[in-house]
Design a protein around this ligand. Structure first.
Ligand code: BGC
Length: 385
């Protein structure tokens, strides 16, 4: 057995015992990122030199389970395929599964990953509160778990969390509204309706809070009016982030509060799937001046709507960046190296703060989408036609 393979196996065993031994806590991680050079080169087996052929062999046979929520939303397909591509390029075997937004299916997929010998699990949960039991099994087997994009709640089996700064997603949406309407100087009042995300997704509350923390002062001052009176998260949430649910709720609101010619000025939507529902409702039920509509993900349908003037902005979360970071995490964990995180305060899953890496979300609109999405190779021109 080569020294490299031996050290890899030792590191894996160490990681396992570290995890098993730290009841309730995630493995030690520091907020300081290791030197980029060291992290990149030491961590990525793919970058080993020809003199050390163990590089590829090291990861070969090491399987990583990647559990994604659904194929129905564009972003998860991208996340899944980016993860697969990058993990395979680093020499890992990948068990990638999508669960059609069914918690039961996701649980059984994770069970299969554990039984099938996965060394690390990367999980974008459907319902953050529903994985505790299956993850107990992962923990008992010494399998580290990375919560991908969405935090997994109420279980100490989660080692790390990698996501975009979810609160910042909301503040960018809120700030866009403030700037576009010049809320500090304009007289108003402006009307607004809010559409938030799935209550089972921990991110949804962060998006909502980020935007509402900025907008509340204007609501309290009477500069923004919510005609429906629906403002609390529980009243504006959208189960499963479903487009149809957001659409029918907005159709009701429009016919009840805006059918008399009252303009809707702002439709704050937490993400693109809900924004699409709101845009469909506006197309079907509304004849007033078109409102500002916010979104998140830069899904193709929404970017097309942005080009057509039906959506004002979206938040671009480059799934390639997140996948890269998670592959780095997986490699660092398996090599027994310090895992790069940049936030050790924000994300408490009910058992303690989970060391996190937050990528930065970027604001996108009609003026910069070409540069962000096409020049960067995320989409082709044809994708957006
Ligand atoms: C993700 C968003 C996505 C939403 C619906 C959230 O957890 O962070 O990017 O739009 O789920 O899938």
């Amino acid at each position: 057995m080569s020294k490299k393979v031996l050290s890899f196996l030792l590191a894996t065993a160490m990681t396992a015992s570290l995890l098993a031994g730290c009841a309730g806590a995630a493995p030690v991680a520091t907020a300081e990122a290791p030197a980029a050079e060291e992290t990149q080169e030491d961590a990525a087996p793919a970058e080993e030199t020809a003199e050390e052929p163990a590089a590829e062999a090291e990861a070969t046979g090491v399987k990583v389970g990647v559990a994604m929520p659904t194929k129905d939303l564009q972003r998860w397909n991208q996340d899944g395929s980016n993860m697969q591509e990058k993990l395979e390029a680093a020499g890992f075997e990948v068990d990638l599964q999508y669960a059609s937004n069914s918690v039961e299916t996701q649980v059984s997929q994770i069970e299969n990953m554990i039984n099938g010998g996965c060394s690390v699990l990367v999980i974008a949960s459907i319902d953050g509160e529903s994985l505790g039991t299956v993850l107990e099994t992962a923990k008992a087997a010494g399998i580290p778990v990375i919560a991908y994009d969405r935090l997994i709640m109420q279980t100490d089996a989660v080692s790390y969390y990698a996501t975009f700064d979810n609160y910042m997603v909301g503040t960018k949406q809120g700030q866009y509204i403030i700037d576009t309407l010049d809320l500090d100087n304009a007289e108003g009042p402006f009307t607004m309706e809010v559409t938030a995300g799935d209550p089972g997704d921990n991110n949804a509350q962060f998006f909502y809070n980020g935007a509402m923390d900025l907008l509340k002062p204007y609501i309290e001052a009477g500069k923004i009016e919510i005609k429906s009176g629906q403002q609390e998260f529980k009243d504006v949430a959208t189960a499963s982030w479903a487009t149809e649910t957001a659409q029918s709720r907005m159709e009701n609101i429009l016919s009840t509060y805006y059918a008399d010619g009252t303009n809707l000025d702002i439709a704050l939507c937490s993400n693109d799937s809900t924004a699409l529902g709101v845009e469909n409702a506006l197309a079907a039920n509304y004849t007033g001046e078109y409102p500002i509509v916010t979104g998140q993900d830069c899904d193709i349908a929404n970017v097309k709507n942005m080009i057509d003037g039906k959506q004002s902005m979206s938040i671009f979360k480059d799934t390639r960046t997140l996948a890269e970071q998670v592959v780095k995490m997986v490699t660092q964990i398996l090599n027994g190296e310090e895992v790069e995180v940049n936030d050790t305060e924000t994300y408490d899953n009910g058992t303690g703060v989970i060391p996190s890496y937050l990528c930065e979300p970027v604001f996108a609109d009609i003026n910069n989408y070409k540069e962000l999405l096409i020049d960067s190779g995320y989409y082709t021109e044809a994708d957006l036609q």
